[in-house]
Design a protein around this ligand. Structure first.
Ligand SMILES: Cc1cc2nc3c(=O)[nH]c(=O)nc-3n(C[C@H](O)[C@H](O)[C@H](O)COP(=O)(O)O)c2cc1C
Length: 201
């Protein structure tokens, strides 16, 4: 089939987020100017540059208690910083719980029973047991087409790696089994890796 998104897809569910898959999940922790803590998963997330290391995530739609956006973007507008926590398979239920449309004052670390640690370079908490966490300073918030669509870009200024995931100097993802977002209500877990040499290597 072929469809033009502006004309509709005619399917029972929008297939768009099942097409670009699997997507990594950035579990974004932020703190508001009032000190409120926030944690939420974003699968419109990726790394975008090496030097300096930079990441992005995109926020879509709004919450009734936030003007034109959701808690994560609102907090980042206030403070200019955020932390990206990497989600392992073992954290799937806590991650899912933290995605609820909770009022702004709800602390998702508490709500989902997630242990926290203070970040070192930025004023935010991080997920204490995450396999990796990236402390970021926001560089740009780009307003995208449509309503309440924002792209947040940040420079990684601090990197935490869980000790058990470092094997002979390599960050070994088989140690924690990364969780990835597919379409609909589906997820994938990375359990097998293989290597390829690039031409000329
Ligand atoms: C696995 C997963 C991935 C998600 N990815 C996104 C995303 O990329 N962008 C987005 O706006 N919401 C995404 N959501 C929904 C948000 O997590 C949800 O709206 C959350 O309440 C936002 O929290 P906040 O208001 O604290 O920022 C995702 C939810 C789940 C469970």
């Amino acid at each position: 089939m072929f469809y033009e998104p502006r004309q509709g897809h005619g399917l029972p569910h929008n297939p768009f987020n099942a097409i670009v898959t699997p997507r990594p999940i950035g579990w974004i922790s932020t703190r508001g100017a009032d000190g409120s803590e926030n944690l939420a998963p974003y699968s419109f997330f990726n790394a975008v540059a090496y030097v300096p290391p930079q990441v992005m995530f995109a926020s879509t739609s709004t919450k009734p208690d936030r003007e034109g956006t959701k808690d994560s973007v609102a907090n980042i507008r206030e403070t200019g910083v955020f932390c990206v926590n990497i989600v392992e398979f073992a954290a799937r239920d806590a991650m899912n719980m933290s995605s609820g449309p909770w009022p702004r004052e709800v602390d998702e670390f508490d709500r989902a029973g997630i242990a926290r640690e203070e970040c070192r370079m930025i004023a935010a908490s991080r997920v204490a047991d995450a396999p990796a966490a990236l402390e970021c300073r926001m560089t740009q918030i780009v307003t995208l087409e449509g309503v309440a669509n924002f792209l947040v870009l940040g420079e990684v200024v601090g990197v935490h790696l869980r000790e058990d995931c470092l094997v002979d100097g390599v960050f070994d993802i088989t140690r924690f089994r990364p969780l990835a977002r597919c379409g609909y209500r589906d997820y994938a877990v990375v359990e097998e890796v293989f290597s390829l040499k690039r031409p000329g290597e």
